[in-house]
Design a protein. Structure first.
Length: 211
């Protein structure tokens, strides 16, 4: 039962069509993505309301009308275009959980923090790295709001914008991970027979390791 639950944790990445919300800020760290008071949970569901909490809400819990994700046009955006070094700071996995909980599936930036970038692929999020000049162009187009729809096709490695097609690069193994809906737990479970064989051989040859 546990293995069945774990093996279905990720869903296969499908093409995304949406408006794109622009967060033109550099060095957005994981505490800004999901503040520390929301880190008590160990369940990845239900963190959508915590996303960018201090940027989205006043201390009294009221929405800040000027924040992009509080504006009607971008409330249901599935694509986020951000400034460079997105996801820096601590390694909290709650950051991609909150993004997924809100509905974000794709993040575009010129640079991501390494740990955050790796965590995205374990949580069915697609981080796309593009040159800064290209990111700026996408931001300008996204600012048109509902008149600017974007489509992200991972299989073809393309972003279709109002002005054309932008290709992007991605590691082949990471691409496969998203398209097949896999994560490290699924990979480990599929290797369970080989792991058990290894353990049996190790118990026979090195019994002192297995008291």
């Amino acid at each position: 039962m546990c293995e069945k639950f774990l093996s279905n944790r990720m869903e296969k990445f499908q093409p995304v069509r949406s408006v794109a919300a622009v967060l033109d800020m550099q060095n957005i760290d994981t505490d800004a993505i999901v503040p520390k008071q929301f880190l008590k949970t160990v369940v990845r569901d239900g963190l959508g309301d915590a996303l960018f909490y201090d940027l989205r809400f006043t201390p009294e819990g009221e929405e800040k009308p000027d924040f992009v994700l509080n504006k009607k046009t971008w409330r249901e955006a599935k694509i986020l275009i951000a400034g460079k070094n997105f996801g820096c700071g601590s390694s909290r996995e709650h950051a991609p959980w909150a993004l997924r909980g809100f509905g974000i599936r794709v993040i575009v930036a010129s640079r991501f923090a390494d740990i955050f970038y790796n965590n995205c692929f374990q949580n069915a999020l697609l981080p796309i790295v593009l040159p800064e000049e290209e990111v700026r162009k996408l931001m300008e187009q996204a600012a048109r709001g509902g008149n600017a729809l974007f489509a992200v096709d991972l299989e073809r490695q393309e972003i279709t914008t109002p002005e054309g097609v932008v290709p992007f690069a991605i590691d082949a193994e990471r691409k496969k991970t998203l398209l097949e809906g896999r994560d490290a737990i699924v990979d480990t479970l599929e290797r369970k027979p080989a792991i058990e064989v290894f353990e049996q051989r190790q118990r026979a040859s090195q019994p002192w390791l297995h008291p």
